[in-house]
Design a protein around this ligand. Sequence first.
Ligand code: NI
Length: 137
Amino acid sequence: MIYLTRRERFNAAHRLFLQEWSDEKNLEVFGKCSNPNWHGHNYELFVTVKGEINPKIGFVINLKHLSKIVRELIIEKVDHKNLNIDVPFMLGKITSAENIAISFWEELEPEINKLNCELHCIKIFETENNYIEYFGK
Ligand code: NI
């Protein structure tokens, strides 16, 4: 089994908050990410797929195909957008890196399954010192 990763970057705004809480309570729980007037992050996304090598061509998949899927299904929808209000698949969700990763997985998995491989991991850096990984469950 070979693991293959495509990296993409995007910039997006968000706010972590619960409507029913005061700004003070949101600040206490969500920290600076609860800023009422939004803020942004330079996100880094790593999409890892796994599969067997096609012996004839020496590839698991053509990376151009993976790149195209990630760009069309994710990057074009989130880059320079507000994750809370501009991105249909994030509506109604708290835009934590955890929930972003799960949502990206749900968007990508059906298309990646059409290639000769499986989605293995979605990894997201929200800041350079923090990242989360999601393996589909
Ligand atoms: Ni934030």
